[in-house]
Ligand binder design. Sequence first.
Ligand code: FUB
Length: 373
Amino acid sequence: LFSVSAVAGKPNSNTKPYPYNNPVIQHMYTADAAPHVMPDGRVWMATSVDHEEGGNYSTMHEYHTFSSAELTKWTDHGSVLHLDDVIEKENPKVDDWALWAPDLVYRDGKYYLFYPVHILHRQIKNPPSGWPVGKTTYIAVAVADSPDEKFTVIQHKIPMSEGMDPAVFIDDDDQVYMYWSDQYVVDGVVHGVLKYARLKDNMIELAEAPKTLDVGADHFMEAAWMHKRKGRYYFSYHTHYQKPISPQNPDDPERMKSHLDYSWGDSPTGPLAYGGVMNKEIGVGVPTDTLMPKGDVVPWRLTQSNHGGIVEFHGQDYLFYHSSALSSWRQDEFKGPGTWTQRSVSIDSLNYTDGGRVIPVQQTLESVSPVTV
Ligand code: FUB
């Protein structure tokens, strides 16, 4: 995530009922969905929570879980972890603490919530080159017997887990991997590095020193997610292209662009080859991608940062992502982009070519058909 300013929530002035099925959660703002089929046969997702009014990325303070038997009707199981449950606030007056994109996995009778703790160091005014964006992020773990209960922190910081957006992938051989993003800034440009490590059976420690994984392209940013289909490993992520600001052209629309991409390979530890775009319709408010021709801007599809999660449910893959559709509707009925920190989780089907390539997902307002079994 490349900016924590310029994101304050706009008031929601339109009180008309939202008339569509996507986003799937409409009574609150949600982001960063991590969907999994759990032992009860339902799809469960943990999400970050965005603010109803005001607030920004550095004041995201809790997670909710939701579940569904058929993907269109979702039950909100409430707040399962709050910042107050999480940290020893060492210096609350000068630092902003936030909870960013989580993952929720089931293992041996327990549910593990992996979450990144983000600390924005307000006292660092001009971070030196190489400093991690004036912030500290690391990954922690909370546990519960059921995904609708309050989680209890069992690991305040996984040693060697500097970074954010943990994605925990359990392979068919039962090996557990965690992927995450480590970020640093050079000359005002944020870079993401994909890290991964095997987890120990206790689920709260790395079993090895973190390694770097190359996605075969130079624009990995965050939002790690691994899924497997027909023996192939698909690693998806939020991309980010950013050039330093040019004094001659400070508003260069090509300066920043971003979307969800994927890379793929035959092993969860790589090598990975760049696969292509998974969901193209995000950006920083400008139509910069050749896949999204100029003029073809659909404001409600834009967010500052997308974040995907993929689940197979009864033989079909689904992409969970977030957009600003709900906040765009509530502000001005889709006439402009919604608020970057009032995001909402949507779901669309994820399909493949005969050769196994991902067909880029078009965001819709209609959601998917209910899954009937
Ligand atoms: O929601 C906070 C941050 O924004 C997440 O950690 C990133 O993936 C982006 O979605």
